[in-house]
Write a protein that binds this ligand. Structure first.
Ligand code: GAF
Length: 388
């Protein structure tokens, strides 16, 4: 992967020269992520456990003195988007460019003295695969712009501004997990994040040393979270919290779940509350198991998380369920969908010695069901955003 990263870096600098005709002032990278456990908990003030992937978005950038933001992506043919400062407003149509443009807007909204810039982007993060390509795009842009203009932001502040860009500029009501993962993860670790307090713990996650492997299976079912179903789930959680008189579902202790559910007449809201409260508990279980040095026991917790997302939160789909069922039947220790759902990717925990057979079984099951060929790779816990 390091060779690939090196090539990627040269490409983004070369690409910048080709597009803008001058040398960039610097180049930056920000990774995509998979989430080990803790799904749809981040906007409920709960706990999440993502790890950064080796797949990254790279940005080469240089300042401009006229306030204009020009954005170009190697993956999108055509000229660069050109946005004057007065055009940098939410709702401005930009497709993919709304994410980096939104970051420029959020930085200025926060009163930070960020001027114009030329930016060229390249990416190895699969898009629409639930692997946070959007957050990687936001974070790399935020890091490039703030470093170009000599601003010192904490990684947490950077993540928050990127989330604001996505919430208020793009219009996707996401939580803080993906931007924090891209900004704050470190190689060899899974990040335990308390999304209310922003407390972060880097937990060592060296599966290879344990004879284990975490596989990512991209089902190639393109997920779109902006289409309303994600926002609907979020509203159901907020309705549940309001009915129970708490600030967020994080405030319902697991021991009081039964009594809380009995107070909720709407079955849909009840099921969403049950998912969130049990999922927060599963995160804590996984932390304890990793700290006890028992990573194999994490498997069944992941599988229980999938059942909860499938049956209670209802964000899985046939292809994700097929990955989980097939992987378990082929001897995996545990499996679950990862990310927002409605398509995208699953993670599978398996013995190293079984992982090849598990992957083959999943691919064969997809072929037999007439689904597109899934994309499988290993989740190697990698570095967060950085200057190259
Ligand atoms: C998406 C969102 F962007 C995250 O904030 C999180 O809610 C996730 O879905 C579900 O856990 O990735």
């Amino acid at each position: 992967m390091s060779g690939d990263t090196g090539r990627h870096t040269r490409d983004v600098r070369d690409g910048f020269r080709e597009i803008y005709g001058t040398a960039p002032e610097g180049a930056w990278a920000a990774p995509g992520r998979v989430n080990l456990i803790g799904e749809h908990t981040d906007y409920n003030d709960g706990f999440v456990m993502p790890l950064a992937l080796p797949h990254t978005v790279h940005a080469a950038a240089a300042r401009r003195d006229d306030g204009v933001l020009r954005l170009h992506s190697a993956d999108v043919p055509g000229a660069a988007y050109r946005l004057r400062p007065d055009e940098l407003t939410p709702g401005a149509d930009g497709g993919w460019a709304a994410y980096p443009a939104g970051v420029g807007w959020a930085l200025r909204e926060a009163g930070l003295p960020v001027g114009g810039a030329d930016v060229h982007l390249t990416s190895t993060v699969p898009t629409g695969a639930g692997l946070s390509s959007s957050a990687a795009l936001e974070v790399v842009t935020g890091l490039a712009l703030t470093e170009l203009y000599g601003l010192e932001l904490s990684r947490q502040q950077l993540a928050r501004l990127c989330q604001r860009a996505e919430n208020d500029f793009v219009g996707m009501p996401c939580g803080i997990m993906d931007q924090t993962a891209s900004a704050c993860c470190t190689a060899g670790h899974v990040l335990h994040l308390d999304t209310r307090t922003q407390d972060r713990r880097q937990i060592p996650f060296d599966l290879a040393a344990e004879g284990l492997r975490l596989l990512v299976v991209d089902t190639r079912v393109k997920h779109t979270l902006a289409d309303g179903a994600y926002a609907e789930r979020r509203r159901a959680c907020e309705t549940g919290a309001a009915a129970l008189g708490v600030r967020a579902l994080r405030d319902i202790p697991h021991g009081e779940l039964g009594a809380a559910l009995a107070r909720l007449p709407d079955p849909g809201v009840r099921a969403c509350v049950r998912h969130v409260v049990t999922e927060n508990r599963r995160v804590e279980e996984v932390v304890a198991l990793l700290e006890q040095g028992d990573p194999r026991a994490v498997g069944p917790v992941l599988t229980a998380g999938h059942a909860s997302l499938r049956d209670d939160f209802r964000v899985s789909c046939a292809e994700l369920d097929l990955v989980v069922d097939t992987a378990l039947a082929a001897g995996a220790l545990g499996a679950r969908m990862t990310g927002g759902g409605f398509g995208g990717s699953a993670v599978v925990l398996a013995e190293d010695s079984r992982s090849g057979a598990v992957g083959e079984a999943v691919t064969a099951a997809f072929e037999a069901a007439g689904h597109a060929v899934p994309h499988l790779f290993e989740a190697v816990p990698s570095a967060g955003a950085r200057r190259l």
